[in-house]
Structures are given as structure tokens and as C-alpha cells.
Ligand binder design. Structure first.
Ligand code: NOJ
Length: 680
């Protein structure tokens, strides 16, 4: 029997929050055509206006225009468009200031402090249809969404286009990836160009302005809607472009409904993009009443061996997921305090071209050389978590048909974490991963998994939009170019700058199952393709890349007797606090993160292909404590291309006034573990 999740009435909670903290102001009588709010700290300003019937918004920071007046509205296939002839019939303002707790994350607590402007619009002519626009202005940026209230004038709609414009005062530089052209699940390199050189781009898209601001456009709470991409209209303007169904419809909806939040983070430093909590604040509170079973986890896996062609997913002499191999991995995890073991290729359906259409996959039938029950029994005796695996090759319906049985089987065997995968350009042969079809499918999987108390690590996903707040069993996702490309990608793998870009782009959409942890750089699947970092940088990535299910991805034999492995054993994957100490997108980044469970801190610092000296000011440490700093840094000869291995491990006593100087090699990095020194 699946265990039910208690769905809490989120609207009631939100109403209570406003009763407790809100100041509400209702303006209805004066029929204004313009209204503004400021962020709680007064630095940001949002203006809503109706100009000749067209709803518009403008957004600024101090004297800098962030978004010039930009239009809002919709085109429909089955009813007349709603983008003109509007008047304001109601304006409500509210403020909120509250703190909420996460079950795990990059911060233990999050402050939701914002001012809200709720605008009720009505068409002046025709059927006098209603549409609302809601703005929430935080100190770190803006979120806004459309609401279609229940009304006699609108029932079911087919959205042909959402017409949200983002008009900048000038042509900015933007970090972007293309939509669907290289691949359909965001695994392209980010590039930085002027807006004019882009076409249609994915979000998060990160902009650098000539005023020295950093902006990131994305969306929050993508629920039963199509994902938003940005179509360039002019060299200073994008308009929202929703990912369509195969038949061209963008979204099927029925009033009342709301859209996801359109979000714009505004930061004076690139570093501040990373610590923005805007997206999480714009998602609904947790709906899972008991989250005690949701646990961050570090894991190894029968995985890299397949990518290195040491093993196969399918049957044969090199089959990786055998009972024997699984037990050896479990032993290794138990001996080294690693929480979990991922097992891929255990089930029927991998033989031949498994990427073809996925309908051969069974999620309940194991291959004859893999005894699921026995492996799970053995893992339990060693206190090791098994992470199950469901590769669908995009056959979403086929998977949905087996979902209950598949999760029930795992639950029966004590498995409470599953990695899912969708390697195929389309879902079910024709639908995009990030259209409404995909959004519905992925949500169904997360909700069903929650019913079976199962955590999800979703590969080839629709982009993250902060749903982990509402469904904390959505632990992590791929949705970015992961380290697996360094095994088999014909382009040589991920260049050193890749991971200095991801924190400011892909990772703004949530946790990333990048799978760091390479210790052996001497494999060769394709000539010239290899992990392009030093060993020290691999350690640093465990701090820089947030993933509450975090993989130590190399083969166990490559970790044996390696002093560097001590860092991987200790480093946590859930953080009470996060600080970005210094950063330049595409060049370097240093982060300090505090262990969720104790007073230890960790620092990860990484560079692109340039060697550099970085000074780490330790002012984040507790002022009244002394710490032992264990430093893992690049050795003198280290170089990502010629000699990734040299690593120096040193230790010293430090306090919050200390500064640590790090020499990062080309493609290198450094990792530091700070432990309070007992003064007794
Ligand atoms: C692609 C995933 O990203 C990778 O991690 C996995 O091993 C394969 N699909 C097989 O499911």
C-alpha cells in the first residue's frame, strides 16, 4: 500500500501568512492606469501601467532601468486574444516578511520578504473578460505571473502564445544556451554574446549590463504549463516563447488557472545571483507532511564503468549490474562511509539499442544475474542505501503504465531513492521534454514517488523551477552538461571554464547532478577526450556544485588508498549556509558552505584554464572560534592538460581574521575543510 502524502492547503497557509505579517491596501475606486511598488529595501522599483489598453510593466534598480515598459498578454487559438483593451479595475498591495525552514538545501532558513502588487484587469469591450497580474518584489529581484480567475466569460483555453516582453534599455551581453537545437534537455555549452547574436534561448539566461548589473531571467513553479524560452525580437528585447505540444498548441488550460512566475534576479555582483532565494520563495510550501525519510546522500555507482565501456548496461560478459558487482560496491561504500550505491542496467530492456524507443524496458523484471532482493538485503545489513534506476529512453507513457508497480517494488525492497532518465530527443516519439506534456509527466513521477516515500534524481528533465520546495523528494536533476561528457564526447569533453559558468546559469535553476569525483584521468574511450581539470578541482567541485544527492563518480578502485579521497568522505552535500566569496563568470569562483549538521565549513575554489592566485578571507568563520583548516590544493606542476594529479594536502590553524592564499593551477582548484578546534 502506498503511504499517502498529506496535501496541506497551501492557500490557507499563505492567507495566514499575510494575516500575520501583511499590510494590505486596497485601491479600487480611482481607476488608475499606473501603480508602483518598491522592494522592501527600496532599491528596486516595479511599475505596472496600462497604455492605450495594453498592460505593461517596467522595472528599475536605483537609477538603472532594468526592464523598459514591456507588454503583457496572450494569444489564444480558440478565443479572441487578450493583450489589449484592458483597464484596471482593482489594485491590492501587501507586504510579507517571514522566515521558513528547508529540510535540506544551501541555506537552513530562507527569508521571504517582499512587497506585492496585485492588479485586476478587465476588458473594456467584448465579453469584458478578466485577467490579473501579480507582482512580488524582493530585494533580490522580481517575480510576476498571470492569473485567470473563474469567470463565465472564459472556460477552456488553448494558448497560442504568451506575450510577455523583456525589453532592456540597451543590448546586453548574455550567457545562453540554444533551445532544442543541439539537444532537448539543456546539455549545451553556455556561450556569451550580445543579445543580437542570439535567437531563441533557454532560461536561466544571465545578462551582464554596461551599468555593471547582473540579471538572470528564469521562471518559478512550472506547474501544468509549458516551459518558457526567450525569443529574440530585437537586439534589446526578448518575448516569452512557450515550448509547444507536437500539434502546435502551447498550453491547454481551464479557468481558474495561473501561469508560472516569470523571474528576474538583479545583482550587483555575479556572486549574488548564486545566493538569490527568489525562485524558492516563489514556489509553494512543502506539501509532504512527513519529510523524515527525505535525506541528502552521497553516492557511488555502477555507472562510470558503463560510460568508460568497462561495463555494459545490457547483458553479456561485461554486464555491470550483477549481484556480485553490486555487493562489492556496497562493501566499498560501507567501508568508506559513503551513503548510497546507484545501480544502473539491472532491469530488462537494455540489450541492443536501448535509446531507440524505450518500450522494451521493464521496471520490475531484473536480469538473471541480478538478484534485487538479495542485493537490497545485503545493503541493509551494511546500512547502505541502494539508489534504483529507471531509464525510460523517453517512453513516458510506457513508464507511467508501470510507475505504481515499479515504485512499489522498490519500496518493498527498502529502496527510497531512484534516478530516472529520458535519453531521447522526444517523449513518446513527438513531445518535447519541456512542453506541457513533459511538465505533466515529470510532476506525475515526483508525486507518485512521494506516495512511495521515494526521492528522485531526474536526468534529461524539464529545467528546475524551485519545485523542491513543494516536493523535497525531488532531490536533484541533470539538465546541464554533466561530467559524463568527459568520457565519450567527440568534442573533447567539458573545457575548464564550463564549471566556472554553471553556478551563474544552469545552477540558478536548482541542484545539479553533475557527478564530479574523477581521480583517474588516464582512461581513453575516445582519443583526446578526458576530464579537463586537476585532481584538486575535482574535490572543489563538491563544494561549488550543489546537489543534495551528490555522486562520487569514479570507479571504487580509483579511490582506494588515495589521500584525496578523505575529502570526499567528509564533505557533506547539504548546507546550513552558503557564501560566494569571489567570482567572475567563466573565470573563477570560490564558495564557502557550512555543514548542515555541525559547525564545520568547507571552501571550494575553481578556475578556468588560467592559473591564478586567490585570497580567501575567512570572515565567514565564527569570530570566537579557532579552526583547523585542511587544505587540498594543486601541486606546483599541476596542469589540467598535462599533469592533473599533483596535490598538496596541508593544515594550519586559522580564525575569522585569517586569509588563505591559494595557487590554482591551469584548470585547477582547491578544497578546504575547516573544523572548530576544541578549546577545552
Ligand atoms: C544518461 C544519463 O545522464 C546517465 O547518467 C545515464 O547513465 C544514462 N543516461 C543511462 O541511463
Amino acid at each position: 500500500m502506498p503511504l499517502g502524502i498529506k496535501i496541506i492547503d497551501v492557500r490557507k497557509i499563505i492567507r495566514n501568512i499575510f494575516v500575520l505579517f501583511g499590510v494590505s491596501l486596497l485601491i479600487t475606486s480611482c481607476n488608475p492606469s499606473e501603480e508602483s511598488i518598491s522592494s522592501p529595501d527600496g532599491s528596486l522599483k516595479l511599475t505596472f501601467l496600462v497604455e492605450e489598453g495594453v498592460p505593461m510593466y517596467a522595472f528599475s534598480k536605483g537609477d538603472s532601468e532594468v526592464i523598459q515598459p514591456s507588454s503583457l498578454g496572450f494569444k489564444f487559438l480558440n478565443i479572441p486574444d487578450m493583450n489589449a483593451d484592458f483597464e484596471i479595475i482593482g489594485i491590492h498591495k501587501k507586504s510579507a516578511n517571514l522566515v521558513w525552514e528547508q529540510p535540506y538545501g544551501e541555506f537552513k532558513t530562507i527569508t521571504d520578504k517582499h512587497n506585492k502588487l496585485f492588479v485586476e484587469l478587465q476588458e473594456k469591450g467584448g465579453k469584458k473578460r478578466l485577467m490579473n497580474v501579480v507582482f512580488k518584489l524582493f530585494n533580490d529581484g522580481l517575480g510576476f505571473r498571470y492569473e485567470f480567475p473563474k469567470q463565465e466569460q472564459i472556460d477552456s483555453v488553448q494558448i497560442a502564445d504568451e506575450l510577455t516582453a523583456f525589453t532592456f534599455p540597451e543590448e546586453h551581453e548574455v550567457w545562453w544556451t540554444p533551445v532544442h537545437s543541439d539537444n532537448s534537455y539543456y546539455e549545451s555549452f553556455y556561450q556569451k554574446t550580445p543579445i543580437g547574436d542570439t535567437d531563441t534561448i533557454n532560461t536561466p539566461a544571465t545578462f551582464e549590463t554596461k551599468d555593471g548589473l547582473y540579471l538572470a531571467i528564469h521562471e518559478a513553479n512550472l506547474t501544468d504549463y509549458a516551459s518558457m524560452t526567450l525569443r529574440k525580437v530585437k537586439s534589446n528585447q526578448y518575448v516569452s516563447e512557450l515550448v509547444p505540444w507536437a500539434n502546435g498548441v502551447k498550453v491547454y488550460a481551464k479557468a481558474p488557472f495561473v501561469t508560472p512566475w516569470r523571474t528576474i534576479i538583479v545583482a550587483e555582483k555575479a556572486a549574488d545571483l548564486v545566493t538569490s532565494t527568489l525562485m524558492l520563495n516563489l514556489n509553494e510550501p512543502c506539501v509532504i507532511a512527513d519529510v523524515s525519510w527525505i535525506e541528502p546522500s552521497k553516492y557511488i555507482g555502477i555507472w562510470w564503468g558503463m560510460h568508460l565501456e568497462k561495463y555494459t548496461w545490457g547483458q553479456g560478459p561485461k554486464h555491470g549490474a550483477t549481484t556480485k558487482n553490486a555487493k562489492e560496491y556496497i562493501d566499498f561504500a560501507a567501508q568508506n562511509g559513503i551513503d548510497g550505491v546507484l545501480i544502473e542496467g539491472w532491469n530488462e530492456g537494455w540489450d541492443g539499442d536501448w535509446t531507440a524507443n524505450g518500450t522494451a524496458f521493464s521496471f520490475t523484471q531484473a536480469y538473471p544475474d541480478f538478484d534485487l532482493e538479495e542485493v537490497c538485503r545485503y545493503a541493509a545489513t551494511k546500512n547502505v542505501r541502494i539508489i534504483g534506476h529507471h531509464e525510460t529512453a523517453g517512453a513516458a507513457k510506457h513508464y507511467e503504465n508501470q510507475l505504481e508497480e515499479a515504485f512499489a517494488l522498490y519500496q518493498k525492497n527498502g529502496i527510497n531513492a531512484v534516478k530516472t532518465g529520458y535519453v531521447n530527443k522526444f517523449l513518446d516519439g513527438k513531445e518535447w521534454h519541456d512542453g506541457q506534456y513533459g511538465v505533466r509527466h515529470y510532476r506525475k513521477v515526483i508525486e507518485t514517488a512521494a506516495n512511495y516515500q521515494i526521492m528522485i534524481d531526474n536526468h534529461e528533465p524539464v529545467k528546475g523551477t524551485g519545485l523542491q520546495r513543494t516536493y523535497p523528494n525531488l532531490m536533484t536533476q541533470e539538465g546541464g552538461r554533466g561530467q559524463e561528457y568527459d568520457a565519450w564526447s567527440a568534442d573533447g569533453g567539458n573545457p575548464p571554464e564550463h564549471t566556472t559558468i554553471m553556478p551563474f546559469t544552469r545552477m540558478l535553476s536548482g541542484p545539479f547532478d553533475f557527478t564530479p569525483g574523477t581521480f583517474n584521468f588516464d582512461y581513453q574511450v575516445i582519443e583526446g577526450t578526458r576530464v579537463q581539470t586537476t585532481l584538486a578541482k575535482q574535490l572543489a567541485l563538491f563544494v561549488v556544485i550543489y546537489s543534495p544527492q551528490q555522486m562520487a563518480s569514479d570507479l571504487p578502485e580509483n579511490y582506494v588508498d588515495k589521500p584525496a579521497f578523505e575529502f570526499l568522505k567528509k564533505v557533506p552535500c547539504s548546507w546550513a549556509d552558503t557564501k560566494v566569496l569571489n567570482a567572475e563568470i567563466g573565470q573563477y569562483v570560490s564558495m564557502a558552505r557550512k555543514d548542515w549538521n555541525n559547525d564545520d565549513w568547507y571552501v571550494g575554489s575553481i578556475t578556468n584554464k588560467e592559473a591564478r592566485q586567490i585570497e580567501i578571507q575567512l570572515s565567514f568563520l565564527d569570530a570566537d572560534k579557532k579552526y583547523k583548516a585542511e587544505i587540498y590544493s594543486d601541486g606546483a606542476e599541476a596542469h589540467y592538460r598535462t599533469n592533473p594529479y599533483p596535490l598538496v594536502i596541508s593544515s594550519k590553524e586559522v580564525d575569522s581574521n585569517s586569509v588563505i592564499k591559494l595557487n590554482l593551477a591551469p584548470g585547477g582548484g582547491a578544497a578546504i575543510h575547516f573544523t572548530p578546534v576544541s578549546t577545552e
